[in-house]
Ligand binder design. Structure first.
Ligand SMILES: [Mg+2]
Length: 170
């Protein structure tokens, strides 16, 4: 398959990614970015909406793993009340921790998906690992120069997604 940075799916929020949808596309494991995907950088712990969304996935047997490039203190505190497998300083877009996660939860490239807010980190990592990706918009986007440059680089990829999925409602 030709390499692409275009995600397979795009949703307005993680909360719109329902267990029913995930099961319908054959997903048994969801690998998750934290920052700006589940909570903004400045929220140290998961909100009730994050906890209930995770529970709804676990209730139907879908496994979840945190894969963050942030430091261990951030990830440990965020995961304190969740207690799922979690990797910090994951080195995305390299796929090593994604592969490790699949090995540990017993899923494979076909039934695992990655969800994150960054094309050049999360979608790239997912496709490097050979798995599908869900892109969500950053909850609280940063305004620094690097972020603005990244958004400019992402534009043609977002446009390509729009073109592929024109007419679909998601
Ligand atoms: Mg992020």
């Amino acid at each position: 398959m030709k390499f692409t940075l275009v995600p397979e799916y795009r949703f307005q929020s993680f909360e719109n990614v329902t267990p029913e949808f995930l099961l319908s596309i054959g997903v048994k494991g969801v690998l998750l970015d934290v920052d700006n995907t589940l909570e903004p950088y400045e929220h140290p712990t998961p909100g009730d909406n994050v906890l209930s969304w995770l529970s709804s996935l676990h209730a139907v047997g879908i496994k979840t793993v945190i894969i963050s490039n942030n430091n261990q203190a951030r990830v440990d505190l965020f995961n304190q009340d969740i207690g799922i497998l979690a990797f910090s300083r994951a080195g995305k877009p390299f796929p090593f921790k994604l592969n490790k996660a699949m090995e540990l939860i017993g899923t494979n490239k076909e039934n695992t998906i990655f969800m994150g807010d960054q094309i050049l980190t999360d979608v790239w990592a997912a496709h490097n690992a050979g798995i599908r990706a869900i892109l969500v918009p950053p909850i609280n986007d940063r305004r620094d120069l690097l972020t603005r440059v990244k958004r400019i680089l992402e534009k043609p990829i977002q446009k390509k997604y729009d073109k592929i999925h024109r007419g679909e409602n998601k």
